[in-house]
Design a protein around this ligand. Sequence first.
Ligand SMILES: C[S@@+](CC[C@H](N)C(=O)[O-])C[C@H]1O[C@@H](n2cnc3c(N)ncnc32)[C@H](O)[C@@H]1O
Length: 254
Amino acid sequence: MAGVYDSPEYYEIAFSYRDIAREVDVFEECTRRYSRVRVSRVLEICCGHAPHMEELSRRGYHYIGLDRSETMLARATERSRLCDCRGEFLRATLTDFAIETPADFAFVALASLYVTNTAELQAHFNAMTDALQPGALYLLEWCVDFDPMVDVVDSWEVEHDGVRVRASYWSRSVDRIEQLYEDTLHLEVDDSGRQFTLEDKSLRRRIFPQEFLAFVRDRTTFEFVGWWNDWNLEQPLTGEFAVDRPIILLRRRP
Ligand SMILES: C[S@@+](CC[C@H](N)C(=O)[O-])C[C@H]1O[C@@H](n2cnc3c(N)ncnc32)[C@H](O)[C@@H]1O
């Protein structure tokens, strides 16, 4: 079966339900409230086809996207050309990268903090320390497991220009001590009558809320700013309710 990230156009349709302009509004509101630096350079970790690039560029930011997939980056580059965004792209893994000029804001969307063990988590934050200006924010969407979803299938369907994509996502436990899970993203595509499936299986070490707070507290380079539900700064997480698309904000210490 072909991989999801080898066919970025169908991945793009499957995740097109997001309100990207609203998410960029949230970046700006976070910056207004909590950043210690003026933002001009924005770095996305695991950028894929770079869905936020056009909106960010329209608002005057310089976009830098990092991803390990050549095909996803080719799609991002093509989109950058079409919108005249002049995005900058880096092919690398999130545990081992360097950018020449540190960014003023960074984000990782859709639970894409793909680390498979604690050493990789630390390596990622070491790289991020150098990649961000002191005082800059790092926003992480759904990277902490508030509501572990194991053996539960989440499915949705999106139709766009005669292409119908039915997406399903599920996780299974691989190693309960290492907190390692295998996430499957399965797409059933109907492209004008041509039907096929695409699938990605990724290993991800889960990060639980209290260990995340302890992890950040132990690091000298980042501080915890806050966490909120559903990209809504009026909804701080309080613990008694289920979460949906939570965001977490860290700030690079001076
Ligand atoms: C769920 S997609 C997210 C894409 C995009 N950020 C979005 O919001 O639609 C995950 C992306 O992470 C990339 N990826 C997975 N593991 C990675 C790693 N270890 N280092 C860098 N990129 C990785 C994949 O190639 C894919 O493009």
